[in-house]
Design a protein around this ligand. Structure first.
Ligand code: SF4
Length: 123
């Protein structure tokens, strides 16, 4: 059985922002895909999670954490797993952004685009 990838939690990670996440009152199954979910089902669920993230007061803190931690699973800060994989793939693993704020710096355009009207299917 292949090893499951784990998030690499940064040493300076803080969690206070999670108390203010819009997802606290949302359906948790929106944010993590069930096994073998693919195609349009996954896109629909991701879009539902992104809609919650789009109105979240702590989206930047969440996205910064997820990129820095290389979170493998779920929608974080409006970024889907596939969108984060694209970010991880282009970053140099020897100088990976680990400090607070660096996730936002290296993925600013992706984070903005993640909840654009197009990404949310409303454009
Ligand atoms: S950005 Fe999305 S996943 Fe992150 S705390 Fe807010 S609602 Fe939850």
């Amino acid at each position: 059985m292949p090893q499951q990838p784990l998030a690499q939690v940064p040493k300076d990670a803080q969690w206070y922002w999670q108390e203010h996440g819009a997802c606290r009152s949302a359906d948790p199954t929106l944010f993590f895909h069930p096994q073998n979910e693919r195609g349009s089902s996954r896109s629909r669920r991701d879009r539902g999670a992104k809609l919650v993230c789009a109105s979240c007061d702590v989206r930047m803190e969440c996205a910064d954490y997820a990129v820095r931690a290389r979170e493998p699973y779920g929608v974080w800060g409006g970024l889907s797993e596939d969108e984060r994989e694209q970010i991880y793939a282009r970053l140099d693993s020897r100088h990976y952004p680990r400090a607070k704020g660096e996730g936002l710096r290296v993925a600013a355009d992706d984070i903005e685009a993640a909840v654009s009207p197009r990404a949310l299917g409303i454009a």
